[in-house]
Design a protein around this ligand. Structure first.
Ligand code: HCA
Ligand code: CU
Length: 325
């Protein structure tokens, strides 16, 4: 029987990071032109926030983000920054609505990523959030590797960010190590600690659990989800925007994305990146809605629900055969 997720909120906001996290996938590079094409498609599909890129990385990256901002999309545009003045000023100069500041605070971040101690990192969080607010940017503060950060330390870092004026907190499972049971507990604990604060989750798929973790986080009260079309990102990528939209529709959770845009979004990113989803990938894979055994084919002819969880036509795939057609 189809069951509905126990979500405290029946609405979640998608933060599509195809143009930032996706640009970090091996072999993928977005030109200004393809950035514009993808951004327009995301906006047209109803994505709430488009994560554009990391403007401080290079002149070309700055121009790519600036061009996206100039489109004047309905979606809010967020650009990425380390917790340093240079990065945040670059985001402000692009005219983006929001900055996504990311910083790690656990031992491995102190020793391998930032080479600073906790006190120094907390001070970086404080000053970078204040600087961003002084530029009138909406601020998302992400703790990188939050999943391997002791709760008390995580809480201290988030408190500093909120006191400095951050608008939203983000919990990143940067290495993709969590399981849904751990996510339910961890996000539940954060929700209790910061009940009024919008909370985003960012799950990498290294254990193949990004989607499961995302649904678990939503059930535990996450309000925003980082995702990318076809799941592209570092290593195994992150939660797939297309599959997430389909899953949320199935669970009756509103995310603003038109379900019928799923096929074209996935196809566009496949074309631009010259890299399609695996044939067996849920929702967007070539075989996701194809039926082979005679018994199955016959049953589906009589009633498509016999061997399908969803009608591929609702996702924008030409029927019959859906994604596999
Ligand atoms: C990265 C890190 C990040 C940041 C996520 C965020 C992660 O690849 O630079 O800023 O919300 O997974 O921690 O993608
Ligand atoms: Cu990431």
């Amino acid at each position: 029987m189809k069951s509905k997720a126990v979500a405290p909120s029946d609405t979640v906001h998608l933060v599509d990071c195809t143009l930032r996290e996706g640009a970090q996938a091996p072999g993928i590079k977005f030109s200004a032109e393809t950035t514009v094409e993808i951004a327009k498609a995301l906006d047209g599909a109803g994505v709430a926030i488009v994560e554009a890129g990391h403007p401080c990385a290079s002149d070309a990256e700055f121009e790519r983000v600036e061009r996206l901002v100039r489109l004047g999309l309905r979606a809010k545009v967020l650009a990425h920054a380390r917790a340093v003045e240079r990065d945040i000023s670059a985001v402000a100069r692009t005219g983006a609505d929001a900055v996504g500041i990311f910083v790690g605070v656990n031992h491995i971040s102190q020793t391998a990523r930032l080479r600073r101690d906790e006190r120094e990192i907390l001070s970086m969080i404080d000053s970078s959030v204040r600087l961003a607010r002084s530029h009138d940017l909406t601020v998302r503060l992400t703790i990188e590797d939050a999943s391997r950060t002791e709760f008390a330390m995580l809480r201290r870092a988030y408190e500093v960010a909120l006191n400095a004026g951050a608008d939203r907190l983000c919990f990143a499972d940067s290495v993709g190590v969590l399981s849904p049971v751990e996510v339910a507990a961890g996000i539940g604990e954060l929700r209790s600690a910061f009940p009024q604060t919008p909370l985003e989750v960012h799950f990498h798929d290294d254990r193949g659990l990004a989607m499961a973790n995302t649904l678990s986080a939503i059930a535990a009260g996450a309000t925003h989800v980082s995702c990318s079309v076809n799941g592209i990102g570092e290593r195994c990528g992150i939660t797939d925007t297309a599959a997430l939209a389909a899953n949320l529709a199935y669970e009756n959770i509103e995310c603003g994305v038109r379900l019928s845009a799923v096929a074209s979004l996935s196809g566009l990113v496949e074309r631009v990146t010259a890299c399609g989803p695996d044939a067996r990938r849920p929702v967007t894979g070539r075989h996701a809605f194809s039926h082979t055994a005679r018994l199955h084919v016959k049953a589906v002819e009589r009633d498509p629900n016999a061997y399908q969880w969803m009608d591929p036509a609702d996702l924008g795939y030409p029927v019959a055969g859906g994604a596999g057609a």
